[in-house]
Design a protein around this ligand. Structure first.
Ligand SMILES: Cc1ncc(COP(=O)(O)O)c(C=O)c1O
Length: 366
């Protein structure tokens, strides 16, 4: 029997509104269905088998993980896992090859060394790992720089035993613009994909999967018609990065840090019990000077400074000020690493009850 409550006593705690989560999942599922785009949600945000199950029920075709440890756990929810990370060192390659014996495992790689290593490991394990060629379309983090380089890697994969050529992988992590600026960038990305697919085709190779997607681009994925699937992570909960950039409303932010005011002694300040060990140090992507999150009950308060366990609110602009012992809810700038700091989060269900939910892949960093 699950422990349930009506109120959170011990703070800081991460509270997740389940009805809002369901609405966020349904919104993406409807959009994707309308535009015939497949969804393979990135589980790095929620790190929860329960949440992954809701996404699969809503029509997701598989799941994305960053780390092999996450993939091993999420393989219990879906038999089709993409590791959206250049995992190729011996320890990870071995675990991917072993996992590929029981589910479909795909990984995105960007070098011939990595491809050879994963291929050798899969061959010795007697399994097959699916490979996507990681193509850099502007984020400049991983991926080969040109369509021609992607074809070279695709050729290598197609002749390496133990590997299956599955397609192209890209990540539009640099796209935070809205409106026309975003449209132009998505057009440019689609042109790079079109060129790559055409080159592959001339070389007799097919990119069955073209995997992209992020939360800021999620609802404009149709502007990249050459992609076949998207991997939004953050959109299940949303956060102040998403909200301040204009990609969701505050109501659509389903995850909040419940914290307690622990000091109001310093003039113009209120101090809450959520510091960097709860909110992380992440500044807001588009508005870095906006503070370390949004205080729901006191929108005029600004979280100006964090220590490990203290969050300092400048309350000088608040007509009414938070009182000692009061609980407030904070929407963090970046929800994904906040989730990873919790063993358990709290789920508020439709009937208002609050129950704990394990963060299943918390700390799975390898
Ligand atoms: C490779 C990759 N794909 C997808 C995502 C999901 O992006 P978002 O959290 O904006 O939805 C991320 C986020 O870090 C990523 O690194």
């Amino acid at each position: 029997m699950m422990q349930t409550a009506k109120h959170i006593d011990a703070t800081p705690a991460l509270l997740i509104d389940l009805p809002q989560v369901r609405r966020n999942i349904a919104k993406l599922a409807h959009y994707a269905r309308d535009h015939r785009i497949k969804v393979r949600p990135h589980t790095k945000t929620h790190k929860s088998k329960f949440m992954a199950g809701l996404q699969i029920e809503a029509g997701a075709i598989g799941l994305t993980a960053a780390k092999v440890g996450e993939a091993e756990i999420m393989a219990n929810v879906s038999p089709d896992i993409l590791i959206a990370y250049p995992a190729s060192d011996p320890a990870r390659a071995y675990r991917m090859a072993e996992l590929a014996k029981r589910v479909t495992v795909r990984v995105a790689l960007d070098s011939s060394e990595a491809i050879r290593r994963v291929g050798e490991t899969a061959r010795s394990a007697g399994s097959t790992v699916g490979l996507l060629v990681d193509l850099d379309i502007g984020f400049n983090r991983t991926g080969v720089a040109t369509p021609a380089a992607s074809l070279d890697l695709a050729r290598l994969i197609s002749r390496t035993k133990g590997l299956r050529l599955d397609g192209i992988f890209f990540y539009p992590g640099h796209v935070w613009s809205i409106g026309e600026a975003q449209t132009n960038e998505l057009d440019r990305i689609d042109a790079i994909l079109a060129e790559s697919i055409a080159l592959w085709s001339q070389g007799g190779l097919k990119a069955e999967i073209v995997s992209g997607g992020s939360t800021p681009t999620a609802y404009r994925s149709h502007l990249i018609p050459h992609q076949t699937e998207i991997r939004p992570g953050t959109s299940i909960y949303n956060d102040m990065n998403t909200a301040r950039a204009g990609f969701c409303t505050l109501d659509e932010c389903a995850a909040r840090i419940v914290s307690t005011v622990v000091s109001t002694t310093v003039p113009e300040k209120a101090v809450i019990d959520a510091g960097t060990k709860t909110l992380t140090s992440d500044r807001n992507v588009t508005l870095p000077e906006s503070g370390h999150g949004h205080v729901v009950e006191y929108p005029a308060a600004k979280i100006t400074r964090l220590s490990e366990e203290h969050g300092e609110l400048d309350v000088s602009a608040c007509d009414v000020r938070p009182k000692l012992g009061e609980q407030v809810q904070v929407i963090p700038n970046h929800i994904c690493p906040c989730v990873n700091l919790q063993d358990e989060v709290w789920l508020r269900t439709e009937d208002g009850a609050i129950r704990p939910l394990r963060v299943d892949t918390r700390g799975k960093l390898t």
